[in-house]
Design a protein around this ligand. Structure first.
Ligand SMILES: NC(=O)c1ccc[n+]([C@@H]2O[C@H](COP(=O)([O-])OP(=O)(O)OC[C@H]3O[C@@H](n4cnc5c(N)ncnc54)[C@H](OP(=O)(O)O)[C@@H]3O)[C@@H](O)[C@H]2O)c1
Length: 328
């Protein structure tokens, strides 16, 4: 079978579309024939060898890339219940090597895809959809009347955070880099869009909120934005640092939080879908919202898996909007 592999960590130029061995499911595992593979900023981080060690990927070089895909169950290992050959499933599993024709996945991590949901929608709903779900409903606990700031609001996760925060009754301010992306942010329901390339986002948020600041900041950017954000956070506001696209932020002094009784959290999806109950709850709510039209997932850029390097390069360039997918 074919897969996107790296033989050493680095930028996207290290990716190779290579022949590898088709995996065989062991006890408790299933073999999934991937129909569509999801690309996430995490894949860029993993390719660079940041955040996750080779050991935590459960691997030695060459490493097959990818944590997310949607496909069809092709083979079932021993001691697996409730899954049948032919089932439409999706998954997010670090170390699964999802950017490949086939992946073996623990049966306990499988998410059944309802018939109304396409493979493309599923491979977006799983990482970015469930991330937006926990960020809005568990970490930020957004309620009607809250004001929230969403960085990277035109991106895959950011656009879904905007939609879900809006649905929860919030006033949403999104930041992005270009006019073309700003139009996408408005489509996601943002009430205000800040072009951070032209205006200082702190000044703009304080202007829009009459100096009161926002109740929650969703910051997936890190180094260039996190510390500045505390200057436009409302009293008792929550700073949600969930990514580090621009690099890791400098440590935050406790005294910074004391300025407004702020909270700071650094959440990760894996901890919010760690139980079977949470995985089912978050995935089924996201799928339901897509079916009901409450959340729109349709802004896809699809590459053949054989051109996977181009998909990674697009994500790395920061020029994408919505979800980047690869078709095996
Ligand atoms: N903690 C978690 O559970 C979790 C889960 C999923 C994702 N994440 C994080 O969420 C963030 C967004 O991930 P995503 O997969 O949805 O990606 P994405 O937002 O679709 O793509 C990245 C976007 O980041 C912006 N950006 C800002 N500074 C950048 C830079 N220096 N280089 C490249 N891009 C830059 C660009 O948008 P603009 O042009 O609008 O600036 C770009 O389109 C990442 O930090 C990721 O690690 C965290």
């Amino acid at each position: 079978m074919k897969a996107l592999v790296v033989e050493e960590f680095g930028d996207s130029s290290k990716l190779k579309y290579s022949e590898t061995t088709k995996p065989d499911p062991a006890e408790g595992e299933v073999l999934v024939k991937n129909q569509i593979c999801g690309l996430n900023y995490l894949d860029i981080i993993i390719t660079k060898g940041l955040q996750l060690s080779l050991e935590s990927l459960g691997s030695t070089f060459p490493v097959t890339m990818g944590v997310e895909a949607a496909g069809i169950v092709e083979k079932i290992g021993d001691k697996v219940d409730g899954v049948a050959v032919g089932d439409r499933v999706g998954y997010v599993v670090i170390g699964s090597g999802a950017h490949a024709d086939y992946s073996k996945v623990p049966a306990s991590s499988l998410i059944k895809i309802p018939p109304e949901i396409s493979f493309e929608q599923a491979a977006t709903a799983i990482v970015q959809g469930m991330t937006a779900h926990y960020l809005v409903h568990s970490t930020g606990r957004v309620k009607p009347g809250d004001k929230v700031l969403v960085h990277t609001a035109a991106g895959g996760t950011g656009s879904l955070v905007c939609q879900m925060a809006k649905n929860a009754g919030a006033f949403v301010i999104g930041t992005t880099s270009t006019e073309a992306k700003a139009a996408k942010v408005r489509e996601s329901g943002a009430d205000e869009v800040i072009l951070y390339s032209q205006k200082d986002f702190v000044e703009e948020v304080n202007r829009i909120t009459d100096g009161k600041g926002v109740n929650v900041i969703y910051d997936g950017v890190g180094k260039t934005t996190l510390h500045r954000g505390f200057n436009c956070l409302a009293v008792q506001g929550i700073m949600v640092s969930y990514g580090l696209i621009s690099g890791p932020a400098e440590p935050v002094e406790i005294s910074t939080l004391a300025k407004g009784s702020f909270s700071l959290c650094r959440p990760h999806l894996t901890h919010y879908i760690a139980t079977d109950e949470d995985l089912k709850w978050r995935s089924s709510e996201v799928f339901d919202w897509i079916k009901e039209g409450k959340v729109k997932i349709g802004d896809f850029t699809v590459f053949p898996l054989s051109d996977g390097r181009k998909a990674y390069e697009l994500m790395e360039s920061g020029k994408s909007t919505g979800k980047i997918l690869m078709r095996p």
